[in-house]
Design a protein around this ligand. Structure first.
Ligand SMILES: C[S@@+](CC[C@H](N)C(=O)[O-])C[C@H]1O[C@@H](n2cnc3c(N)ncnc32)[C@H](O)[C@@H]1O
Length: 294
């Protein structure tokens, strides 16, 4: 008896359950649909369809890879962020739902600012800057990343989302790539989800540590706020007075992040929680241009 779509789904879901994946049935559906070139909901219309050996072989590869811990997004090559489809490869972090808070905050703070100009530091797939550009048709975004491969993914996403003409992605560290031609006090916001994990942190899920790019996860040294601090420091002279700094931080860094931003002279410093209640986004407003710089 040939295996049907439903047989394969059930077998895959129980294999994923045994591997203790969080959402075994959902992941089985996503991967099987991807492997068969179907939309997930179409699977339900084809439960009784018998599958040929030629169809089963690539499904087995996908399921085996997921069983080894490879994130679903790397296997399907796509991940939704801010209800938009983003292409992802193993060169970029898989966009996380909690990072959508950066976009929400920028949209809220800049709602009344015409033609906002923002920068996204450590853009990866480009998800933060590009989601903002999709929501604000009058906005322009710079983006930086130390990874040339990640910037390639971000530019491809900008093309696919139809915002490439308003997206300028540059290779280099933090905001250095912008200094030559972005005027001081000219940006309305600097947004960033930088690396904030110290190597060896036991709270990092083994699958994440094994498969996502180390350069996206880990700070170079022992201070989780090392890159956050560089972003906050370098953003100050580029932000207009009142401009928004918003940086994602790791659990447990909120007190230090607040102190850091206050030390750098930011005003209205706050740390916003994510949907799980974890303090997640450290933010503040740039002071007037003549305020002393630390
Ligand atoms: C945590 S990932 C975030 C990617 C994407 N913004 C997101 O939220 O999914 C951090 C990104 O920062 C980049 N990165 C690491 N150090 C950097 C630095 N000093 N300057 C600029 N980008 C950096 C990494 O290559 C990676 O793409």
């Amino acid at each position: 008896m040939p295996s049907t779509v439903l047989d394969v789904l059930k077998k895959t879901a129980s294999f994923f359950e045994a591997r203790r994946l969080d959402t075994p049935r959902l992941e089985a559906e996503v991967l099987i649909a991807h492997g068969l070139g179907l939309r997930r909901l179409d699977l339900y219309l084809q439960f009784d369809r018998p599958l040929t050996e030629a169809e089963l072989a690539p499904l087995r590869d996908l399921v085996r890879e997921r069983g080894r811990g490879v994130p679903v997004a790397y296997l399907t090559g796509t991940r939704e962020f801010y209800a938009l489809p983003f292409r992802v490869t193993r060169d970029v972090l898989v966009p996380r739902p909690e990072t959508e808070g950066l976009v929400d905050l920028a949209l809220a703070v800049l709602a009344e600012v015409p033609g906002p100009r923002v920068a996204d530091v450590g853009t990866g797939s480009g998800c933060v800057a590009l989601a903002f550009l999709k929501e604000r048709a009058d906005a322009f975004a710079y983006a930086t990343d130390v990874s040339a491969a990640a910037l390639g993914v971000a530019r491809a996403n900008a093309d696919a989302l139809g915002v490439a003409a308003r997206f300028d992605a540059r290779e280099g560290s933090v905001l250095a790539p912008l200094r030559a031609d972005v005027a001081p006090a000219s940006l309305d916001a600097v947004l960033s989800n930088p690396p904030y994990i110290v190597r060896g942190d036991p709270s990092v899920a083994p699958d994440v540590a094994a498969h996502e790019p180390a350069g996206a996860l880990y700070v170079p040294g022992a201070d989780p706020l090392e890159v956050v601090a560089a972003v906050a420091r370098e953003a100050r002279p580029l932000l207009r007075p009142g401009g928004l700094l918003a940086v994602e931080i790791g659990a447990g860094s909120d007190v230090a992040a607040r102190a850091l931003l206050e030390r750098l002279g930011y005003l209205a410093v706050d740390v916003r929680p994510d949907l799980g209640g974890v303090p997640r986004i450290a933010c503040g407003r740039a002071p007037a241009a003549d305020a002393p710089s630390p």
